[in-house]
Design a protein around this ligand. Structure first.
Ligand code: KIV
Ligand code: NA
Length: 273
């Protein structure tokens, strides 16, 4: 059996090899992605890309645990990190620990991620001291979409820059093993990556980061619209639409099922007793 990557492996990659991360939400996709990824993130983006929610704000603990369990069944060697959903860690250290411990116990994942505004340094330190590895997430924080009035890149003003740098310092000093930086320009990502001792994982944050993450459904081309920073490595929406259309056509014209897909009549059938 392959040895599963640990948070130490991820942390040690900084400055050496780019860290490959993707999101995963179910077992078969996790097993397809696993050989290629250092880290699989069960992102709360699952609420948007799988459940059709307008933002990640409606994602629950139960959703994260169900998807975390599925990904753990499919992933063998990648480090699996599960997002803590909106409302599960912001209140105080006790809530953060109880919910993080529940996610780890019920899914078997090795670490959690929280969207870490500067206030969350306390939660990160509290969790890490008690055995929960934490990944931070700074810059564009999707759970704050209702404060920001939309998904907008961060760091365009000096005040915003200072805030993102403060978020990075606070997360790193509190003991985060890695930090996702989302939606910032290259110079800011470079400055943060040079300053913090843990790896930075970029999404819409340039090649200056220590690693990259994309939402798998975006990278596979499952949606008509994707943000500027997504590169499509496949066009699955087209593949799936064409497959569904061909199936529908075959059923309506009685070309499916054919002989090859039909059990023969009155022959001894090993599947039947
Ligand atoms: O939920 C998610 O998929 C994420 C990544 C995009 C970093 O947080
Ligand atoms: Na997320």
């Amino acid at each position: 059996q392959t040895r599963r990557k640990t948070v130490k492996d991820i942390a040690a990659a900084k400055g050496k090899t780019p860290i490959v991360c993707l999101t995963a939400y179910d077992a078969p996709m996790a097993s397809l992605l696993d050989p290629h990824a250092d880290l699989l993130l069960v992102g709360d983006s699952v609420g948007m890309v799988v459940h059709g929610l307008p933002s990640t704000v409606g994602v629950t603990m139960e959703m994260m645990i169900l998807h975390g369990q599925a990904v753990m069944r499919g992933a063998e060697q990648a480090l699996v990190v599960v997002d803590m959903p909106f409302g599960s860690y912001e209140t105080n250290n006790d809530d953060a620990f109880l919910n993080a411990a529940r996610i780890m116990k019920e899914t078997g994942c090795q670490a959690v991620k929280i969207e870490s505004g500067t206030y969350a340094a306390g939660q990160i330190a509290h969790l890490v001291e008690r055995g929960v590895p934490v990944m931070g997430h700074i810059g564009l924080r999707p759970q704050a979409v209702n404060v920001d009035g939309g998904f907008r890149a961060k760091g365009r003003t000096n005040a915003e820059r200072d805030r993102v740098i403060a978020e990075a310092r606070a997360s790193a000093d509190a003991g985060a093993f890695a930090i996702v930086i989302e939606g910032v320009a290259e110079d800011l990502a470079a400055e943060i990556t040079a300053e913090v001792s843990c790896p930075t994982i970029g999404i819409g944050a340039s090649a200056a980061c220590d690693g990259q993450v994309l939402v798998t459904h975006d990278m596979l081309g499952l949606f008509d619209w994707t943000p500027k920073f997504v590169r499509r490595y496949a066009d699955l929406s087209k593949t799936i639409s064409e497959a569904a259309a061909a199936y529908a056509d075959d059923v309506r014209t009685r070309r499916f099922p054919g002989d090859a897909e039909t059990y023969a009549l009155r022959k001894p059938d090993p599947e039947q007793r």
